[in-house]
Design a protein around this ligand. Structure first.
Ligand code: 2IT
Length: 447
């Protein structure tokens, strides 16, 4: 796992990027996987490939002033990290969440670069957002904030330059306001954002894509060891766009999701979330930005304040909320409870120590950059449809998504299989993504 070369490399990364622990963590995970390849490939060393990969091509920080409903001026900070454009325009979501900092944007943009490479579609890596907290904001406040944010961002993006999408706190409503303002500013109707509404250039299945894709990836991991989702009990932690559609697909495949949660605690519903309860969950965050506890109150389910769902006995755990929401202690508890698979639906939800524990115990572990790539993959399909000015059917997009997830799984197996037939998907995903980006960077010269 770690080595002298990794430690030496990380010492430089930490010194050059002080105060950005999440960025260090994301880089370390990749460096642990690819360092042996770099050490045995002089052309990568000479080109200083890894040193270049950890340096964003560009990082933009800007002021986002707006006026709240009381008439008071608010100031937020906006970011767009354009990490790598070797294989296509920068591509990645926008996150509106109180935790957003330059460091968290850099970690997400770095991850996104490898994830996008794994989709096989021509997309580079980027990420952006703001420390704006959408909880408790009125519709008008969200609109004014989005318009101010886009007024600055517009000059830095474009359908062939950088194509943002949604992420935490940025869904259909926010993308609508952002797109409306972009269109006003540049006087062009063009595919500059993905996740757009179906009436204004969006793709069918984009809202479902991340949740469906994670389920397809989990299905593939299980199938390889002769298991399936049917009859399995699954714990998840979020209930936004990703969690909702993940539950929908799991139900279709005969599994049962028994938890959702937020930063205040979690809900345990042993009967599973389905039917009317699932319809309620679908709107709970994405429309109302309401707390998970509302579900427990409405359906008389157990509410466990201040704790995480990883203490619930389950066959499969799928963290769907945010970075570092599952630590070593949680991982050990899952293992002790007989959990057989963990799949990352959020970006970097497991700490490095938790991942090491899963790998050591031969748990099936699907890392985010492979498992949750379905979202950005369908974003790539939305870009293709926009370029052709065409719109594919649900079936067509879903079939392509399924095919992409199956191929990502195969690629991880190819690069991550160990002699005892266990698959280290972390290594597989990092190496496959690295090869694609690194070889493009070599072809393009020192840029
Ligand atoms: O983390 C992610 O992959 C996303 N938020 C989706 C990015 C995208 O461009 O669709």
């Amino acid at each position: 796992m770690s080595s002298k070369a990794v430690e030496a490399f990380m010492a430089q990364v930490i010194a050059r990027n002080p105060g950005e622990p999440e960025f260090h963590q994301a880089v370390r995970e990749v460096a642990e996987s690819v360092m042996p390849i770099i050490q045995s490939t002089p052309v990568y060393q000479k080109a200083r490939i890894l040193e270049r990969m950890v340096e964003p091509e560009r990082a933009i920080i800007f002021r986002v002033p707006w006026v709240d409903d009381k008439g008071e001026v608010q100031v937020n900070r906006g970011f767009r990290v354009q990490m790598n454009s070797a294989i296509g325009p920068y591509k990645g979501g926008l996150r509106f969440h109180a935790s957003v900092t330059l460091g968290s944007m850099k970690f997400l943009a770095f991850e996104q670069t490898f994830k996008n490479a794994l989709t096989t579609l021509p997309m580079g890596g980027g990420k952006g957002g703001s420390d704006f907290n959408p909880r408790g904001k009125s519709d008008g406040e969200v609109m004014r904030f989005c318009q101010s944010f886009m007024t600055e961002l517009a000059r830095h993006i474009g359908p062939n330059t950088d194509v943002p999408a949604g992420d935490i706190g940025v869904g259909g409503r926010e993308l609508g306001y952002l797109y409306g303002q972009y269109k006003r500013l540049v006087n062009a109707f063009e595919g500059v954002l993905t996740g757009k509404g179906i009436n204004w250039g969006g793709s069918l299945i984009r809202p479902e894509a991340t949740g469906y894709g994670v389920t397809y990836f989990t299905r593939e991991m299980l199938a390889r060891v002769g298991e399936s989702i049917k009859g399995k009990t699954i714990a998840i932690s979020g209930y936004g766009n990703v969690g909702s559609y993940l539950i929908e697909k799991v139900n279709e495949l005969g599994g049962k999701v028994v938890t959702i949660g937020d930063e205040f605690g979690y809900v345990h519903d042993p009967e599973g979330i389905s039917g009317e309860k699932l319809e309620f969950v679908k709107d709970l965050w994405t429309v109302y930005r309401a707390p998970a506890r509302d579900y427990a109150e409405r359906y008389n389910a157990k509410w466990v304040p201040g704790r995480r769902p990883w203490e619930v006995k389950c066959d499969i755990a799928i963290p769907t909320a945010i970075q570092n929401e599952l630590n070593a202690e949680d991982a050990q508890q899952l293992i002790d409870n007989g959990c057989i698979a963990v799949c990352e639906a959020a970006n970097m939800p497991c700490t490095i120590e938790a991942i090491h524990l899963f790998l050591k115990n031969k748990i099936l572990f699907g890392p985010a950059k492979a498992a949750n790539a379905g979202g950005v993959a369908v974003s790539g399909l939305e870009m293709s449809q926009n370029s052709m000015r065409m719109s594919w059917s649900r079936e067509e997009v879903d079939q392509r998504l399924n095919g992409i997830m199956v191929r990502i799984h195969e690629t991880c197996v190819e690069h991550g299989k160990t002699p005892d037939d266990y698959v280290d998907y972390v290594k597989g995903a990092n190496i496959a993504g690295f090869y694609k980006v690194a070889s493009a960077m070599l072809d393009l010269g020192v840029v």
